[in-house]
Design a protein around this ligand. Structure first.
Ligand SMILES: O=C(O)CCC(=O)C(=O)O
Ligand SMILES: [Fe+2]
Length: 447
């Protein structure tokens, strides 16, 4: 969300550049229009009359001057180029603070994650509604005060992110909407895709999921728009041949399955728990061997807060000690971590403690994580619950609320009931701190 706020500021600056560009371009075109009207009126006026008029040396001089000099100045003017270059230069200066491709892909995947975890309908999302079908009725799980809708091109882009990941389950649904919306709208200069692109990608996604007859009819529709496209002609022939060989694959009602997830076993409970109510940071990393890497199962940004850096951190530490009776200073506990979740930001089911002897955690020689203390620094409008999968309950994100749990049994064994997750945030800015993981040496010391 911090990056989203920065993006809003960046876009305001771009709006200023575009305003200046439009003013200059309007001025330029107005000047050209004046020249155009002047010359046009001459031709419907004096040149239409007797040749005597042309014989007037002033008229003749002006005609020659226009053709030798004025037209050349208009046609070869650099002004359009100077205007667009100024706009591009402004954009280039901003580029460092604009979202990257990774952010765009992440935001699209965030939407798809919300779609999956909260079982939202793409048609609803397109209209700006966060709806789920329950017993045949569309139920709002969140109702924005000011709904924002998605265009055909927006859907095309989400579909394209899924498509590039070979996730045809999602690409089919999003391209379907893109095609429907593109059919009713004109092309705009800001668009990434066209109706033809969407038909092409949708057809191929259906082909990949085995729905050959639908892939064929979409490709045939595409040929009506782009009759010379030899690749599509080739595909049509291929699909027809496939259908001739085995007509059984004509089935239009194939049920698409969601792509496998690492946490399939616990996914249903996780999603059910997330759905219960429905109401200088860096991308968070997870331990992976020796290195810290980013991972799809943890989407947030985080930073470590050192006691020495901020007095308030010391106060929070002291309060946690007062509540839990545990020493939370280094080396007994790790630094406070502050985490911010963005669009669809989440942390899939996991244990805070190490579950294998080879865990990178043990390299720190501090022992396993005994307990976790977590404080919500903000409330969110919808989603973002902390869900305890096996213990079968979830906790809403309420500002200043805190959670404390023991990760290990008294004998040092991990407690499986602590399997937990941060559900995707539907709407809001989720800030959490704490994640204060107390190490086993805390207890050893106490003993
Ligand atoms: O954000 C949440 O609700 C859970 C975060 C968490 O489990 C963690 O950071 O270990
Ligand atoms: Fe956790």
């Amino acid at each position: 969300m911090t990056s989203v706020k920065q993006a809003v500021i960046a876009e305001r600056q771009l709006i200023d550049y575009l305003r200046i560009y439009l003013e200059h371009e309007t001025q330029r075109l107005d000047d050209i229009k004046r020249f155009f009207s002047r010359v046009t009126s001459l031709h419907s006026g004096i040149y239409n009359e007797q040749s005597a008029t042309i014989a007037n040396p002033i008229v003749a001089f002006k005609l020659v001057k226009r053709l030798k000099s004025e037209w050349m100045n208009v046609v070869h003017s650099n002004e359009a180029e100077e205007n667009i270059n100024a706009l591009r230069e402004g954009y280039r200066r901003m580029e460092g603070s604009l979202p990257k491709l990774e952010d765009l892909q992440g935001a699209a995947q965030g939407l798809m994650r919300l779609q999956d975890v909260y079982d939202l309908r793409v048609e609803g999302l397109v209209r700006g509604h966060f709806q789920r079908i329950t017993n045949g009725n569309a139920v709002d799980i969140y109702k924005p005060l000011v709904p924002d809708t998605l265009s055909g091109d927006d859907c095309f882009l989400v579909g394209k992110v899924a498509y590039d990941l070979e996730d045809y389950y999602h690409s089919v649904q999003w391209f379907e909407e893109a095609v429907r919306l593109f059919r009713g709208t004109d092309w705009s200069p800001e668009n990434e895709g066209t109706l033809e692109d969407a038909l092409d990608h949708l057809a191929f996604s259906h082909f990949k999921t085995g729905n050959i007859s639908y892939a064929l009819s979409l490709s045939q529709e595409l040929l009506l728009h782009d009759p010379m496209n030899s690749r599509v002609h080739f595909n049509v022939e291929k699909y027809e041949k496939l259908l001739d060989e085995s007509p059984a694959v004509t089935n239009q009602s194939l049920v698409l399955k969601r792509p496998d997830s690492t946490y399939l076993r616990t996914r249903n409970v996780y999603e059910k728990l997330c759905q219960t109510k429905g109401s200088q940071l860096r991308r968070s990393v997870v331990a992976s061997g020796v290195n810290q890497t980013t991972a799809e199962y943890r989407i947030s940004k985080s930073a470590w807060l050192k006691d020495s850096a901020y007095g308030v951190v010391g106060k929070v530490d002291r309060r946690i000690t007062m509540v839990t009776g545990l020493n939370v200073q280094l080396p007994y506990a790790e630094y406070l971590q502050v985490v911010n979740y963005g669009i669809g930001g989440h942390y899939e089911p996991h244990f805070d403690h190490a579950t294998s002897d080879s865990s990178p955690l043990y390299r720190l020689k501090t022992g396993n994580r005994v307990a976790t203390f977590m404080i919500y620094l903000s409330s969110v409008e919808a989603g973002g619950f902390t869900a305890f999968i096996y213990a079968n309950f979830s906790v809403p994100v309420v500002e200043n609320g805190a959670l404390f749990w023991w990760n290990l049994h008294r004998n040092g064994q991990g407690n499986v009931d602590t399997l937990h997750a941060g559900c995707p945030v539907i709407v809001g800015d989720k800030w959490v701190t704490g994640m204060l993981k107390l190490y086993a040496i805390t207890l050893e010391k106490k003993c």
